[in-house]
Design a protein around this ligand. Structure first.
Ligand code: ZN
Length: 305
């Protein structure tokens, strides 16, 4: 049985049907309805809990399983009716995620290679993560050609301590209960495992986002879940985050790139002026100015041994 990270990147829906199921069967699954460990594969397609009898069907595209409880606001029938666009995000999208914002530095030094990508979107990060040595399991609330299952981030279908690393990029702001989601991530991480994530702060509302947290909010959510060694630093700036969405011309890729570069420069200038003003007054800023005006935050946190 091959781990999910080894699946081909050029699978057709028919070929990926077997692989999606195989990849998940390499992991210990958990019933999202009753919390019991172990789900049996049932014919012709689907999974069933031996304890409570809950059934979890597979999407016609790629046989991607849909693990949703009756409590989730997401509905299994809606997911099954979802029409998948086979095209996945290009690797450039993953590069933007991981390389331009220095997010990849947070992955250095993590031990182990079994990685869960929470909220993987169309799955473009998978290729980049696999090239960097990780065996990837990916999910989102809708199926795509590079995801392994559909589930709700508040109720993960994995048994305890299955993963060395959990990544969650620009997902936390879309969760209606970030505290619950953080507890679930903590549960499925192995002891000593790490969460590497980013979360919106001064970015405007977008795509049904709920909580745009400051660094104190992020720290509180992770601390309450049990995480330690919580490192938080700024992602892109608040100016970039606001302007890139607000000005309609930023929908044009080249204009957006130029606009982002200008905003980065303006941001550095603005922070420089604030620092100079503090120095002239002989004072120190009471808060970290980079975090105060961050558009998003990047975080690494560890589950204690
Ligand atoms: Zn069950």
């Amino acid at each position: 049985m091959s781990p999910p990270g080894n699946r081909s990147l050029t699978t057709t829906p028919a070929a990926s049907e077997k692989m999606a199921a195989d990849g998940l069967l390499a992991l210990a699954l958990r019933c999202v309805e009753c919390g019991a460990d172990g789900l049996a594969k049932t014919a012709p397609s689907g999974f069933q809990c031996a304890k409570c009898g809950a059934r979890f069907p597979q999407h016609s595209f790629g046989g991607i399983p849909v693990f949703l409880s009756s409590r989730s606001p997401l509905k299994t029938e809606d997911v099954l009716a979802y029409k998948v666009e086979p095209a996945a995000l290009g690797k450039n999208a993953a590069r933007r995620h991981w390389e331009t914002g220095r997010l990849q530095e947070l992955l250095r030094g993590v031990s182990g290679s079994r990685l869960l990508n929470c909220g993987s979107g169309d799955g473009g990060d998978r290729r980049w993560l696999e090239e960097n040595g990780f065996s990837v399991t990916a999910f989102d609330v809708y199926p795509s050609s590079l995801t392994d299952c559909v589930c709700d981030g508040h109720e993960l279908p994995f048994a305890d301590e299955q993963f060395d690393v959990v990544t969650s990029i620009a997902v936390f702001e879309h969760l209606y209960d970030p505290f619950q989601a953080a507890r679930e991530i903590f549960r499925v991480l192995k002891k000593g495992g790490a969460l590497v994530a980013s979360s919106a702060f001064l970015e405007p509302y977008h795509a049904e986002s709920y909580f745009h947290m400051s660094h104190l909010g992020v720290r509180e959510v992770l601390h309450r879940a049990g995480f330690v060694e919580i490192l938080i630093r700024p992602g892109w700036s608040g100016l970039e985050a606001l302007h890139s969405r607000f000005w309609i011309w930023n929908q044009v890729s080249i204009v957006r790139r130029m606009s982002l570069a200008l905003d980065r420069t303006a941001f550095r200038l603005g922070l420089g002026l604030w620092r100079m003003a503090y120095r002239l007054k002989g004072k120190k800023p009471t808060d970290d100015l980079d975090l105060t005006y961050a558009g998003s935050l990047q975080v690494r946190a560890v589950k204690p041994l």
